[in-house]
Design a protein around this ligand. Structure first.
Ligand code: RIB
Ligand code: CA
Length: 315
């Protein structure tokens, strides 16, 4: 029986780590059919994230990929960005030429709605790699699409690893906690890649040199993105590299056995200024709250980097 590639939509705020995820997805056409890429404001403003998504698609040799611009601000709060991590452009490190591929007309939220209404129910997986503003806006604007989503596999949140933008919150959730609350309460099957996992897939010299040793433009650019991106986390955490957060989402779709977690209840703090955006994960089952997320806690890091490097090396 021929296996058809899994249909996915990537929602993203590139970001060097988002770029690794998009490259990994586009290098895996036998397993993944990327219906479109939706840019959202997050690491950097929307004018940069939509531009960066197109830069990455052209680097991947896939200029026909559909890229849409989405929401330029959270549902109800001012945008918080992360240039201190990703640089002014969001893809600092190598100098990248301006993209020539077009940005699709129309809003990313309408692309999400139209695609989920068009494709057979239960056949499209959403892969959010940034703040959940686009996804939540689509769910609020068209509640009929919620039950049509096959699964949401997202990067966001933290429990044992605590926060990276505040002591309590991870960046993607913190930027738009109200959007995260909509998504976590929507009832769609949810797989969460929190900092608890992504802080275990750290670049190090050998891993970055393995990108460079591919001897391709993709390998060179990937190594230079890692060289830039890792300086912040190395200084902050004393790590010997940087966590490649977002490609964990795509790696899960390709090789789910790389990851281990628990199906638990996860709720979002939206009221307290002190803990705003915290993912309150009932890891030990101390409440009667209904489980709503497969919350990942462990990963085979060597297997992850072997997969990533192999796919980045594909022509
Ligand atoms: O906290 C890490 C997450 O925030 C990653 O998705 C990174 O790209 C930023 O969006
Ligand atoms: Ca991201």
């Amino acid at each position: 029986m021929t296996r058809h590639p899994r249909k996915i939509i990537i929602d993203t705020d590139p970001g060097q780590d988002d770029a690794f995820a998009i490259l990994l997805a586009l290098a895996s056409p036998e397993e993944l059919d990327v219906l479109g890429i939706c840019a959202v404001a997050g690491n950097v403003p929307l004018n940069w994230t939509e531009r960066n998504a197109r830069v990455i698609c052209e680097l991947a040799g896939k200029p026909q990929t559909k890229v849409f611009a989405g929401c330029d601000a959270p549902l109800k709060r001012p945008l918080v960005t992360a240039e201190h991590v990703h640089g002014k452009t969001g893809l600092d490190g190598p100098v990248m030429a301006e993209p020539t591929m077009p940005l699709q007309p129309g809003h990313a939220v309408d692309f999400l709605i139209d695609t989920l209404r068009r494709e057979p129910s239960g056949t499209v997986t959403l892969c959010p790699l940034g703040p959940l503003t686009n996804i939540a806006t689509a769910f609020l604007k068209a509640p009929d699409i919620v039950g049509r989503v096959q699964e949401i596999v997202l990067m966001g949140g933290a429990y044992f690893e605590v926060g990276n933008i505040t002591p309590a919150a991870e960046f993607n959730i913190y930027v738009d906690p109200e959007a995260a609350e909509v998504v976590f309460k929507a009832g769609v099957p949810l797989v969460v890649m929190p900092l608890d996992v992504t802080h275990k897939v750290l670049t190090n010299r050998a891993r970055v040199e393995a990108f460079r040793a591919l001897g391709t433009n993709v390998g060179r650019v990937a190594a230079e993105w890692a060289d830039f991106f890792e300086r912040f986390d190395m200084a902050k955490y004393g790590m010997d590299g940087a966590p490649l957060h977002d490609p964990c989402v795509i790696a899960y779709l390709l090789q789910p056995g790389l990851f281990k977690g628990r199906h638990i209840n996860v709720e979002i703090e939206t009221q307290s200024d002190l803990t705003l955006g915290m993912t309150v994960a009932d890891w030990w089952g101390v409440t009667n709250r209904k489980a709503n997320a497969m919350f990942m806690g462990a990963v085979d890091a060597d297997g992850f980097f072997a997969l990533l490097t192999d796919r980045l090396g594909r022509p």
